[in-house]
Design a protein around this ligand. Structure first.
Ligand code: GDP
Length: 316
């Protein structure tokens, strides 16, 4: 398989699974992961970047495979002590996890950009792939629900995705700029694939696409753009994607996700359970996409890169 840069757009849990596969099959430093920061928020005075942290922990092998978020072998002394004091405990922060939020907040306060902080953290954790926030400017995902507008973490964690969703907004997106390393990755002449990970299209990928210049970068780059469906046989593997689609009046299906990305992608990878889906003008390929172990993640990563390679070959 040929070398060259690969860009992956990713949210948290679903995206990080494929990002890990891509990381493992790429040459050191050849993968740039552009992370959603629409979920970022300030909590207990700390800057929390949930998707960046899921990517950092996953690629560093520190992730908790059971919970799917946070660090493995975590302890909870801080949380228990906070509860005793009557503090806010709806957002769980393990003792080890707390360190990353404290350190990020300190560095941001000292004047570093979120890109610089994230790059410093991934180097310390020994990760060769680049992890880049979509923007260094704040963008906040807000969810319109039957309980009114909710900040993302209030909807997602505090209210456990129970409210009915009727719309989304990405506050600050219009004034945000792509992070410098994201711009550099799209300008890399060796760029061979842009991959939209199997993340929630509405909550994780749309905020990234809302950053001015991002859609243009995808449209203008010479490399194939490929999305992987987070919906398998009408269901999300984890999380609220299918529930949210139904509430937005959309049929929860791989076809709906494909149409959501229509015009932006060159190929769409669906699960073999959905094989047979056809949309005029779009290359659709089916393969097992459920990523349980490391083997699944590497296999899907190789498959997606092979699709990119086939698309890049001049067609006769
Ligand atoms: P979040 O930011 O933690 O919500 O995570 P993402 O947005 O990155 O991922 C959530 C999406 O990942 C959900 O829609 C899941 O259906 C999808 N997902 C999780 N695991 C898998 C998997 O193994 N295969 C596929 N195809 N999708 C997955």
């Amino acid at each position: 398989m040929s070398g060259g840069r690969v860009i992956a757009l990713s949210g948290g849990i679903g995206g990080a699974k494929l990002a890990l596969g891509l990381h493992r099959v790429s040459a050191p430093g050849a993968l740039t992961i552009i992370a959603n920061t629409g979920d970022d928020f300030r909590h207990l005075g700390l800057h929390v970047s949930p998707d960046i942290d899921t990517l950092l922990y996953t690629l560093a092998g520190l992730d908790d495979p059971v919970k799917g978020w946070g660090r493995r072998d975590e302890t909870w002394t801080f949380m228990r002590a906070l509860a005793e004091l009557g503090g806010e405990t709806w957002f769980q922060l393990g003792d080890g996890d707390l360190a990353i939020h404290v350190e990020r907040t300190r560095r941001l306060g000292a004047g570093e950009s979120l890109s610089q902080v994230t790059d410093g953290l991934r180097r310390r954790l020994g990760i060769s792939s680049l992890i880049v926030p979509m923007s260094d400017e704040p963008v906040a995902t807000r969810v319109a629900t039957d309980e009114g507008w909710l900040d993302f973490q209030h909807y997602f964690v505090r209210r456990r995705c129970e409210p009915r969703v009727s719309g989304l907004e990405f506050v600050g997106a219009d004034d945000a700029r792509m992070a410098p390393e994201a711009v550099a990755a799209f300008a890399d002449p060796t760029l061979r694939a842009v991959i939209l990970c199997p993340s929630n299209p509405y909550l994780s990928v749309d905020p990234v696409l809302a950053v001015p210049g991002m859609r243009k970068a995808l449209a203008e780059c010479a490399a194939p753009v490929i999305a992987i469906s987070p919906i398998i046989a009408g269901q999300a593997v984890k999380g609220p994607t299918a529930k949210m689609m139904a509430e937005l009046g959309l049929e929860p299906s791989a076809a709906t996700v494909a149409r959501h990305y229509e015009g932006l992608i060159d190929a769409f990878v669906i699960d073999e359970a959905d094989a047979g889906l056809a949309i005029a003008g779009l290359d659709i390929v089916a393969t097992p996409t459920l990523m349980r172990g490391l083997d699944d993640k590497e296999r899907l990563a190789r498959f997606v890169l092979a699709v990119a390679e086939a698309l890049a070959e001049p067609r006769g």
